[in-house]
Design a protein around this ligand. Structure first.
Ligand SMILES: CC(=O)SCCNC(=O)CCNC(=O)[C@H](O)C(C)(C)COP(=O)(O)OP(=O)(O)OC[C@H]1O[C@@H](n2cnc3c(N)ncnc32)[C@H](O)[C@@H]1OP(=O)(O)O
Ligand SMILES: CC(C)C(=O)C(=O)O
Length: 513
């Protein structure tokens, strides 16, 4: 059966979503899970974009062994050099170079003639091939490019040594028919195209990313690119879990296979949502919380008589087993460790012990510890970085009454070790906490977005708070979890501030070094 490679760009195009910013530890955690999911290629960042991106790409290239690790670069030597520095330690060094080919991008953004664009593309591919055995070249905005010009430039980059050619629908403009036709046209009209991999990359501006990607596969695409949960620039990229499951469920139609381990989909989706703070819409295909919920009487009746009446995908297929009570307050370290390993965590004894202590505290307060709770506790330990001192919440107290002005009191450890206590009022409990914390962190804070959701089900479910803010002129997103939403809110606020503290610290190190 024909094989289609899965190229995951959650850490690059996915991170380009407004409001998402992942630190290196979080990126490594996601990359490790993508490897478990079985993706062929992980695009781990854009090494020339920032010291943080460079560091993450380098560390992922040194960590991941079973997927190819790549990084994005413009068609400029300095970007390619920086990518080589970051990726030279990878098992199979791979670079992804892009250059726009549509009239509007060439004229108004690049300010180059078509001939200059061809020359720059060829030069960059030749230069990259001096270092990298695998060079992917992307024609940015391909779907709004002149087809003959596209075929011409692709012929040139293939001749120059590109090993993969990507045809992105950068602005989500193509229809499935048009996108499929492009692949067929290029396969029939570019000399040497059969020697390289042809790749699809779809955005969801018109809600057609999944249909377009499948159309590309039907017309000969060897690789498809996308993100977990469909996160990404603007309306996002194609959701890879949708593609993997569609290819599996409708295998007789598409006749292709991938290396994706479908049972890892749910966990990957949860992890990406948790670490990016990007919520999954309840009716999202495959991974939304209602994807397997049957609400109406006629459907429930059908399900009881024969699940095949209304269920084309089972939750088990994507690793979404019915929520079970996995551990309780009487469980010991052995069972806890065993469960953590089964869930795919590889924690040091110290981190495992910290997670166990948190688990016991939670088990004292919460009747049923479910998989989602463990996932949060263990992931928090996995990504916890003790190297940089940050703000840490010691306590938060809120006085609220309908007839009184809400007042918050917060005590927190500052990065320099001081214990700070502050109090302030607000129009509501949350605003009182925000106002108090602004005094604690002493920076200029502007809240851009704030959301609270529950993790798991039931009245004792954990609350998760996600806060997007501008702090000292930088936009950062923080998230945290607690049984009480006000505590989660205070912790998420400090988590956002801490991301900026860690970033600033990294900048100081780079400048000093
Ligand atoms: C479709 C996509 O998703 S492409 C990927 C988009 N991702 C990102 O942009 C995230 C990372 N980007 C960044 O951190 C920054 O944009 C950087 C570090 C790459 C560049 O920053 P700056 O040097 O300040 O340039 P800035 O972003 O303002 O402008 C981009 C420049 O690159 C040029 N450029 C854009 N694409 C390409 C390309 N593929 N090859 C060569 N040059 C390019 C633009 O024409 C512009 O050049 P100019 O300065 O001569 O006008
Ligand atoms: C860099 C390219 C592949 C891209 O992200 C796009 O065109 O959307």
């Amino acid at each position: 059966m024909r094989k289609v490679d899965i190229f995951d760009t959650t850490l690059r195009d996915g991170e380009q979503s407004a409001g998402i910013n992942l630190n290196t530890a979080e990126k490594i955690e996601i990359a490790r899970q993508l490897e478990r999911l079985g993706v062929t290629i992980i695009e781990s960042g854009f090494p020339a974009a920032s010291p943080g991106d460079f560091d993450a790409v380098k560390r992922i290239a040194g960590t991941v062994k079973n997927s190819i690790v790549t990084g994005l670069a413009r068609s400029v030597k300095s970007d390619i050099d920086r990518s080589w520095e970051a990726l030279r330690g990878a098992e199979q060094p791979h670079i992804h170079i892009f250059l726009a080919t549509s009239p509007i991008h060439m004229e108004h953004k690049l300010m180059k003639t078509p001939d200059q664009v061809v020359e720059a593309a060829v030069e960059s591919v030749k230069y990259a091939r001096r270092f990298f055995p695998l060079v992917q070249w992307s024609a940015e905005d391909a779907s709004r490019s002149d087809l003959e010009f596209l075929a011409h430039i692709i012929g040139k980059v293939v001749e120059a040594g590109a090993t993969t050619v990507n045809i992105p629908d950068t602005v989500g403009y193509a229809t499935p028919q048009e996108y499929g036709d492009m692949f067929r046209y290029l396969k029939e009209n570019v000399k040497g195209i059969d020697k390289v991999k042809l790749s699809a990359h779809c955005h969801n501006d018109l809600g057609m990313a999944t249909a377009n990607t499948l159309a590309a596969i039907e017309n000969g695409a060897d690789q498809v690119e996308g993100t977990i949960n469909g996160i990404g620039e603007r309306a996002g990229n194609v959701a890879l879990e949708e593609i993997a499951v569609a290819l599996h469920i409708r295998k007789p139609v598409y006749g292709v296979e991938t290396t994706i381990n479908l049972h890892e989909i749910k966990r990957t989706s949860q992890l990406v949502s948790q670490l990016t703070g990007s919520l999954i819409q309840p009716n999202k295909a495959v991974v939304g919380k209602n994807a397997f919920a049957h609400e109406s009487g006629i459907h429930q009746d059908g399900m009881l008589k024969n699940p095949l009446t209304y269920e084309i995908i089972t939750p088990e297929l994507i690793g979404d087993a019915a929520t079970e009570l996995v551990l309780g307050k009487h469980s010991g370290r052995h069972a806890f460790k065993d469960r953590a390993i089964k869930m795919g965590f590889d924690l040091s004894e110290e981190k495992l012990n910290n997670a166990f202590i948190e688990f016991k505290k939670l088990a004292d307060r919460k009747k049923a510890i479910v998989e989602e709770d463990l996932m949060v506790l263990l992931t928090d330990q996995q990504i916890h970085d003790e190297d940089v001192p940050v703000y840490e919440l010691a306590s938060v107290q809120v006085q609220y009454g309908t007839a009184h002005i809400p007042t918050a009191t917060v005590t927190a450890h500052a990065p320099n070790g001081d214990l700070i206590s502050e109090a302030a009022t607000g129009a509501g409990s949350v605003e009182a906490i925000f106002n108090t914390l602004e005094r604690v962190v002493k920076g200029k804070v502007h809240i851009l977005d704030y959301r609270v959701t529950s993790i798991g089900k039931g009245r004792d479910a954990l609350g998760e708070a996600v806060i997007n803010m501008s702090y000292d002129g930088e936009t950062v997103t923080g998230r945290d979890v607690a049984q009480d939403v006000l505590e989660a809110t205070a912790k998420a606020y400090l988590n956002a501030v801490n991301r900026q503290v860690v970033k600033a610290e990294a900048k100081v190190k780079v400048t000093a070094g």
